[in-house]
Structures are given as structure tokens and as C-alpha cells.
Write a protein that binds this ligand. Structure first.
Ligand code: UGA
Length: 480
């Protein structure tokens, strides 16, 4: 198959690499020449700056210039194409609707080129990125307007989770193909021949509208499940001192009908998909006059979760953030990625700055460059100059008055010892991910501990008068 993948971000690049591994002739196209140059160079650092996925660089190395080609020019590659995968950004607009401008611009460009092609063979354009229900028809109309002959449109949503894009592409749970004609289904079967009739992979053929809906329903259901745990499970743990969150989770999820995934209470679910998709589905249902109460509640719970620990620190722990230094551990929206889109850390930074902190001492194993380059540029907001970047959790914690754990990086599980070495009590630990299994020992040693899913734990031992810097420190609780 000759395949063009339009858009080489988190969705398109891993998809292109795995299609190339399967022996297809794949042209990965992007309008951004810098990205294309980075991919062509094969340089790990440059590629991972753009898309950081385990196994991606190896997959590119394995296939580049044999099966996988990178280009920023569509015209020379259009002849003889069997399939075009549309993997374009579809960001949310202010009203929750989806900005389809990248998508429609690319569709028009493809329409112009496909209308002029010499060969008569059928070409199928497939939506891979999450697009509002009915977008396959929008694509169809655009191509018709340009006079393209012998084409089909299809929806083949991507269900990959970040950090597992390559593995997930090689061994998906399911492949959903929505198309209109047997010829187009057959074309997609040839692309995914290794998954058709697979014993463990569900290969579902349906209409484009159903395929588009499956993606929205799946993502909003996953966020609903996370928000159920955050909105009910965590709340119970925060009311009853003798309630053990981990046991509650085991007890409930031991029922084979109830998933463990999603039961990890947190400072909110981030990422480029959940927030955007639920807002878009709310918009789509509202526009049709349908009730969206459930989805609205889920969205609100998730947003509230992103900053409520900072409010709890003030109202329950009596901590006054004004002029304080706070270590912020984790910037990415989840572990094993450098992606900060919709990350809870963004909201935490906003809330901490609004409460007057003098310094945010940030650390993240992967996302530091991304943070400085894209999100916290002091030229855009002078308050971002209060963010300093550190080489290790210990360095970030040293000299701070409190720590806020925002991302579930595994390395944070061992933080208890680091905190003890770097910051003697009085010191407030705000744990948005329940990363410290031995938090009770810290409380016994005079640390204050505030976690999602737990009541606020006051320090048990009297705090020493002298803090990490030899300066006199006032117990947080006494300051409010
Ligand atoms: C999500 C879905 O899981 C994928 O199935 C979907 O294909 C993808 O969106 C997409 O639409 O492209 P992803 O955004 O990579 O994948 O992130 P998840 O692993 O689902 O995590 C989302 C957020 O929920 C993260 O912030 C994570 O830390 C949080 N989370 C996850 C919890 O707070 N608790 C949990 O138990 C699980």
C-alpha cells in the first residue's frame, strides 16, 4: 500500500512508523519543515523534543528511507496513493466546539492535488484524529467540491494512550473502521491485515458516524470513571480519618466488572484528549438540544480537582502561600511523557502564583524543556520568572516551604527519604497522586501531609524551630 500520513504529531508519527514496520510505503507529511528536518535527521534528541514515545526513534531508524519517508511537500507524492490518514490537530475553541481549520485546510490542499492526479485508482481518506461526529461527510464534501474522482472517506479513530503509542499501535485492543463501501473496507483490511481475524484484537467494521461516536463515548466514559473516583472515592477518604483509600480501591475493583484503571485518585486527569473531547461532546449534544448534565458534572469535577488541594492547604492546613517557595514535582500530564497539554501542573502553577508564592521550584524528568519553551515563557507573563528549574527532586525541595506532587512519576515514590534529607519540618507535603506510601512516618517526624483522598494530617512531632536554611521557620498551620 502507498500511504500518506498527513500530520506528524503524537498521533501521526507513531502511526506512520508502525505502518512502515508492517511493510507499507509510508510518506509522513507535515507542513512544519522543522519537524520534517528533525525526523529526517534521525537524531534522538531532536525527535523526542517533538514526540517522546518509547520505541519511536528505534521504529523510525528501522524503517526510514526504506519504507518511511518524510516530506513537507505533498504534490510529488500524491500519484498512486491508496490511503491518506488524516492525523491533524483538532484543538478546542472557547465554546467547546472543535477548531477544524487545520483539518479543512489540509483537506482542501489534498482535494486540489487529488483532482489533478493522472492515475484513476481509488484513494481512501481516513480520519484518525478525534473529530466531531459527521466530519467524514465534511471531508467528502470538500473533495467533491474540488472534483476529486474515485475516492472514499472513512473513520478509523486512534485509541492510543500516550507513552504507549508504539506498543499500542503494534498490539491494539481493537481496530474500528467506519466506511461506506465494501471496496473501502477491503482497502483498510489490507492496511491492517495483521489485525483482521486476530484472536485477541476486535476488528470492528461499521459506519463512519458510529466509528466517530465510539471514540467520544470511550474517552468521556473513561473520564467519567476517573471523576467518579475523584468525586466520590477521594471525598470519602477526605471525610473519614480511618478510611483507607488503597483498601477501598482494592475492595471495589476486585469485582471483575469494575476496572482498576481509572481508580487512582488524582489531582485531575489532563492530556490533550479527555478535556477537549468531553467539551466537544457537550457542544455536539447541546447543539442538538440534548441534556448534558452528566458530562458537565464530570468536566467540572475534573477541573476542580486540578487546584482543590491548594485551597485545602489554605483552609484545612492553614498554610499561607504568600511569599513562600513551593517545590513542584511533575509538570507533564502523566508519567512517561513530556506532554503538558491540559496538565494539572498548569492549573497548579496558575493557582500558586495567584496566591502569591515567591518561587515555584520545578522538576520533571522529561518535561522541563517543554515547560520553558512552550508554557512558562516569562516574556508572555512576567510571573513565570518566579519559576525556577531544578536537576532533581532533592534540588527542587531544598530551601522550599512546601512540596506539591503533581505527576505520578515512579521516581516520586521514594520521596520520603529525599524530603527528610532536603527539608526538615515544619514542612507541608501536598500529594496530588498519593505517591508516598510511608507518609505516616513523615507525619510522626513532624511533617504536615495533605493528600488527595485523605484527611489533612497534622504533624505529630513538634517541629524544630530551625529550618533547612538555618532560618527560623514558623509552623505552616500557625500562619493562616
Ligand atoms: C487517553 C485515553 O486513555 C486513550 O484511550 C485515548 O486514545 C487518548 O486519550 C486519546 O484520545 O488520544 P492519554 O491522553 O494518553 O489517553 O492519557 P491517559 O493514560 O488516559 O491518562 C489521562 C489522564 O488521567 C492523566 O492525567 C492520568 O494521569 C489520569 N489518570 C489516569 C488518573 O488520574 N487516574 C487514573 O486512574 C488513570
Amino acid at each position: 500500500m502507498k500511504i500518506i500520513v498527513v500530520g506528524t504529531g503524537f498521533v501521526g508519527l507513531p502511526h506512520a512508523a508502525v505502518l512502515a514496520e508492517a511493510g507499507h510505503e509510508v510518506y509522513a507529511y507535515d507542513i512544519d519543515q522543522n519537524k520534517i528536518d528533525a525526523y529526517r535527521s534521525g537524531d534522538r534528541e531532536r525527535i523526542e523534543e517533538i514526540v517522546n514515545e518509547p520505541g519511536l526513534v528505534e521504529a523510525i531508524e528501522e524503517t526510514k528511507d526504506r519504507y518511511l519517508f518524510f516530506t513537507s511537500d505533498l504534490a510529488p507524492i500524491i500519484e498512486g496513493t491508496d490511503i491518506v490518514f488524516m492525523c491533524l490537530p483538532t484543538p478546542p475553541k472557547r465554546d467547546g466546539s472543535t477548531d477544524l481549520s487545520y483539518y479543512t485546510n489540509a483537506a482542501h490542499r489534498l482535494g486540489e492535488l487529488l483532482a489533478k492526479r493522472q492515475d484513476e485508482r481509488r484513494v481512501v481518506l481516513v480520519n484518525k484524529s478525534t473529530v466531531p461526529i459527521g466530519t467524514a461527510r465534511v471531508l467528502q464534501k470538500i473533495l467533491e467540491e474540488h472534483g476529486v474522482k474515485n475516492f472514499g472517506v472513512a473513520s478509523n479513530p486512534e485509541f492510543l494512550a500516550q507513552g504507549g503509542a508504539i506498543e499500542g499501535s503494534r498490539r491494539p485492543d481493537r481496530v474500528v473502521v467506519g466506511a461506506d463501501t465494501e471496496e473501502d473496507f477491503d482497502r483498510l483490511r489490507r492496511v491492517y491485515s495483521q489485525f483482521v481475524n486476530h484472536v485477541r484484537i476486535r476488528y470492528l467494521e461499521t459506519t463512519p458516524e458510529t466509528a466517530e461516536s465510539i471514540k467520544y463515548v470511550a474517552n468521556t466514559l473513561l473520564l467519567t470513571y476517573i471523576s467518579f473516583w475523584n468525586g466520590i472515592g477521594a471525598r470519602l477518604g477526605e471525610i473519614y480519618p480511618n478510611l483507607r483509600m488503597e483498601d477501598l480501591k482494592i475492595g471495589v475493583t476486585s469485582d471483575s466488572r469494575i476496572s482498576t484503571w481509572g481508580s487512582y485518585v488524582s489531582n485531575g486527569a489532563g492530556g490533550s484528549c479527555f478535556g477537549k473531547d468531553i467539551q466537544s461532546l457537550i457542544y455536539q449534544l447541546n447543539r442538538a438540544g440534548r441534556s448534558t448534565d452528566l458530562l458537565q458534572a464530570v468536566y467540572n469535577i475534573n477541573e476542580y480537582q486540578k487546584t482543590y488541594l491548594i485551597d485545602r492547604a489554605v483552609y484545612e492546613a492553614g498554610f499561607n502561600f504568600n511569599n513562600k517557595k513551593v517545590a513542584l514535582l511533575g509538570l507533564a500530564f502523566k508519567k512517561r511523557t513530556n506532554d503538558m497539554r491540559d496538565s494539572s501542573a498548569l492549573k497548579a502553577v496558575e493557582a500558586l502564583l495567584a496566591r502569591g508564592v515567591s518561587e515555584i521550584r520545578a522538576y520533571d524528568p522529561l518535561a522541563m524543556n517543554e515547560a520553558q519553551r512552550t508554557w512558562f515563557n516569562p516574556e508572555k507573563n512576567h510571573l513565570f520568572s518566579r519559576i525556577t528549574y531544578h536537576e532533581s527532586p532533592r534540588e527542587a525541595i531544598e530551601g522550599s516551604d512546601a512540596v506539591y506532587i503533581s505527576t505520578d512519576w515512579e521516581e516520586f515514590r521514594g520521596l520520603a527519604t529525599t524530603i527528610e534529607k532536603a527539608a526538615p519540618p515544619p514542612y507541608l507535603i501536598i500529594d496530588g497522586r498519593r505517591m508516598l506510601p510511608d507518609y505516616r512516618q513523615l507525619v510522626a517526624k513532624g511533617y504536615a501531609y495533605l493528600a488527595v483522598g485523605d484527611v489533612y494530617l497534622k504533624p505529630e512531632a513538634p517541629a524544630e524551630k530551625t529550618g533547612a536554611n538555618g532560618q527560623e521557620r514558623v509552623p505552616a498551620a500557625a500562619e493562616a
